[in-house]
Structure formats: structure tokens, C-alpha cells
Design a protein around this ligand. Structure first.
Ligand SMILES: [Zn+2]
Ligand SMILES: [Zn+2]
Length: 430
């Protein structure tokens, strides 16, 4: 199988490349990146003139809901949503039912991902049994079954001694621990950001401190143990500052931010739209600016979606009762282009670094570069295409998006995994 991608602007930060040229894929691997590659018989050709060709996007924070909540999402529908969003790979969080705290569930998710033949699916396993925060899981077994990281996401590991042991123990496997940094004693009962809007709406608040106290604790534990800490969904000024200071001290930690945290503030909750109920919550204008600054200066290493599908029935209730989470796989890239690249906060090299190069490096995944010999996982982006977000067209089963009806620019035209086109934009849908 041969695929020739002609005349695109190839952006590959791993090899400091940003130039208009051709790329040839043979048998699922990048063969050559060079000018004027000759088309031969039996080659499929893609005309990428005016398009951006980059290593496939990798989402390190996706909730796929299978096993146990297939009405919200399955591995197949989640992988289809990923492909449509330009993602060639996703890391699946373990808060399924049952929790991915054992080899059986981890292997099941991995196999389902292989069967889907869409975006790659890498399971993340739980840090503690049942994600209950008490007893560590069998890390060796989980790694053997295909886990690429450990996380109790959805819940923090509240017990600092357990988190300390987890960070120590996983050093043997060079496995990242992904922290959902939230101090439950400070966030208890909260349903949105604690501030002027929560007061006005009469909703209980989650203070920025709930995140910052937990981020500080985890940074200290990571520095003390030398374990690999990756902080999920950083959303406040204080948390960005803590990560920046820790990195200046030389702490070996990484952190991510989600598109909704640089695109929306707590003002969006006005009207009690449950699609804006997310954890950590949408914050203030100053927090949004801090997240954007963190991404542009490299304090935050990764943009990850925290794609969290829920059914309409579950979200169509009082704000207090609705579950936390919104879907992000199919809008993330367009939000990056529209909210970060077009306003000049990031250039394309930085964006690709945050969406592909760094995720691959931190989670030690294949892809993340178009160096000859590497996996031909490639995303081709039309930076100028403008579309209106239409949740009815989502491949995800989740319709819980606050971005429905938004006009955004910059969408994936092709998503390619191992040299095979798994998504191609239908021109009728725009
Ligand atoms: Zn989380
Ligand atoms: Zn999450």
C-alpha cells in the first residue's frame, strides 16, 4: 500500500520541519519526505495544496465509557469521533464499569480498539483498586495488558501516602501517573466555579484552591519520589503558576489543559446550561488568560480534550443533579485553530507540539513525528475551512457540547493511521 501526499505544508516539530513538500507512505510507514516525489502506478494520491500535514493528533485524556456505559459511548463510537476530530490515537481513562483496574478490562478495551480499525486506543489503568483511592493496582500486570499510564481520573487520590507509593512504584515501569488534582474537602458539594457567577446563580462553588492545593501536593510528591507526574486539566492562574515554578526548580513534571478551559469562562454557565457543567469547572477570564499563557510559553505541555460523553437524559436535569463533563474530540482542533492560532497566541509548530509531539513523548506512544521509518499516523488539516459545530453530526454518541452552533475555522480533512485513511471530510457536510 502506497500513499503519496503532495504539496502540503508539513509541520513536524520533532525534526524542526515546516515546509511545503511531499510525503510518501509505504506499508504503513513514512518512507520519504522530499520535493517532487514521482507518482507511480498503484499509488493513492492526496493533493494537500493549501493544507497542513502533521503527525497525527494524540488525545491523552478521553473517556470512552465501555465497558458498562455503552449508551454514552463505545470504544467504536469514541474512536470514530476521534478520527473525525483529526486524532489518530486516544488514551482511554479507566473510570468504566467495571473500572480498568485489572488485566481483563485493560485487554478488553485494547482489543475493542484494535477491532474498531479507526484511531488507536491506548488504555490507561487505574492507580488504585476500583479507583477507591486505597489499595494500589498490580502495575506490572496492567502494563503487560497494554496500559500506557495510570490514573484514577474522575476522582483524585486523596490519600497522600497512597499517591506517594504510586509515584515511587511506577518508576520501575517509567509509567506516567495522571493526576486529577482536586482536594475533595475543598470542592465538596460544588457544581461550578466559586465566584461572582455562582453567587448570582445561587449554585455551590468549587474554589480554585481545590485544584491548587492538590496540584501543589502532587508536585511535592513527584519531586520527593522522582516519579513521573502528569497533571490533568489545569484550569486556574494559581495552578499554572505552581507548574511554572516547579519546572523552574527542575521538577520533572508535565501538565495539560483542555480546550474548554481556554475557550469559555464561568459566564457560560449563566442560564444553567448543563453542557457547561464540567470538572474542573469553567473559570474566570484571568484563568483563561493564564491557561493560554501557560500553553504559549510551554509551561503546559499538552492540549487534551477530557472528552466526557453523557446521554441527553442524564444532562437534561437540574444543574445541581447533572453529571460533570462535555464532549471534546470533534471540536478540539477547531478551537485550537480559532481561539489560539488565529488570534496569535500560538504558531502552528507550537500547536502541533501540544497536540502530537508532546503527547507521544510523555506517554511514550508511537507516532508524534513524520521522520522516515516512523508510523504513518498523519493528520491533514484545512486551516481555512469554516464550519458551524452541529452536534447532530457528531460521530460520538455524546451531544453534551457548549459549542453547538459556533462557527469555527480549521478542521481535519483527512485522518490517516498506519497509512490507511480512516476519516475523510465529506464536502456536503462542509
Ligand atoms: Zn479529571
Ligand atoms: Zn477526565
Amino acid at each position: 500500500m502506497k500513499l503519496l501526499i503532495r504539496g502540503g505544508r508539513i509541520i513536524d516539530p520533532a525534526q524542526a520541519m515546516d515546509k511545503v513538500t511531499d510525503i510518501l507512505v509505504i506499508n504503513g510507514k513514512v518512507e520519504t519526505v522530499a520535493n517532487n516525489i514521482e507518482a507511480r502506478e498503484g499509488m493513492k494520491e492526496i493533493d494537500a495544496e493549501g493544507l497542513i500535514v502533521c503527525p497525527g493528533l494524540i488525545d491523552v485524556h478521553t473517556h470512552l465509557r465501555e465497558p458498562g456505559q455503552e449508551h454514552k459511548e463505545t470504544v467504536f463510537t469514541g474512536a470514530a469521533a476521534a478520527a473525525a476530530g483529526g486524532y489518530t490515537a486516544v488514551c482511554a481513562m479507566p473510570n468504566t464499569d467495571p473500572v480498568a483496574d485489572n488485566q481483563t478490562v485493560v485487554s478488553f478495551v485494547k482489543q475493542r480498539g484494535i477491532n474498531a480499525q479507526l484511531s488507536r486506543v491506548y488504555p490507561i489503568a487505574a492507580i488504585t483498586k476500583g479507583s477507591q483511592g486505597q489499595e494500589l493496582t498490580e502495575v506490572g500486570d496492567l502494563v503487560g495488558a497494554g496500559a500506557v499510564a495510570l490514573s484514577d481520573d474522575g476522582q483524585p487520590v486523596m490519600n497522600a501516602a497512597v499517591m506517594r507509593r504510586a509515584l515511587e512504584y511506577t518508576k520501575l515501569f517509567s509509567l506516567p501517573i495522571v493526576s486529577h488534582a482536586e482536594d475533595k474537602t475543598l470542592s465538596a458539594g460544588g457544581v461550578m466555579h466559586e465566584g461572582e457567577v455562582s453567587t448570582r446563580l445561587g449554585l455551590s462553588g468549587i474554589p480554585a484552591l481545590a485544584e491548587e492545593v492538590a496540584v501543589m501536593r502532587d508536585i511535592l510528591l513527584a519531586e520527593a519520589t522522582g516519579g513521573q507526574l502528569h497533571l490533568a486539566h489545569i484550569s486556574t492562574v494559581g495552578a499554572v503558576n505552581l507548574v511554572r515554578q516547579a519546572k523552574l526548580r527542575g521538577a520533572n513534571i508535565t501538565a495539560e489543559a483542555a480546550p474548554h478551559h481556554f475557550s469559555l469562562t464561568h459566564q457560560a454557565v449563566d442560564g444553567y446550561h448543563t453542557d457547561t457543567k464540567v470538572n474542573p469547572p469553567l473559570r474566570t477570564e484571568a484563568d483563561v488568560e493564564a491557561v493560554i499563557k501557560g500553553l504559549s510559553e510551554g509551561t503546559l505541555d499538552v492540549i487534551a480534550t477530557d472528552h466526557a460523553p453523557h446521554s441527553m437524559e442524564e444532562k437534561d436535569v437540574e444543574f445541581d443533579l447533572a453529571p460533570f463533563g462535555l464532549v471534546g474530540l470533534e471540536t478540539a482542533l477547531a478551537l485550537v485553530v480559532s481561539k489560539l492560532i488565529r488570534p496569535g497566541h500560538l504558531n502552528w509548530t507550537q500547536a502541533v507540539t501540544l497536540l502530537s509531539t508532546n503527547p507521544a513523548r510523555i506517554f511514550k506512544l508511537p507516532g508524534g513525528t513524520l521522520t522516515p521509518g516512523s508510523e504513518a499516523d498523519i493528520t491533514i488539516i484545512n486551516p481555512d475551512l469554516e464550519r458551524t459545530v452541529t452536534k447532530e453530526l457528531f460521530k460520538s454518541k455524546g451531544r453534551n457540547t457548549p459549542f453547538d452552533g459556533w462557527k469555527l475555522q480549521g478542521w481535519a480533512e483527512y485522518t490517516i493511521v498506519s497509512g490507511k485513511i480512516i476519516f475523510q471530510r465529506n464536502s456536503k457536510e462542509g
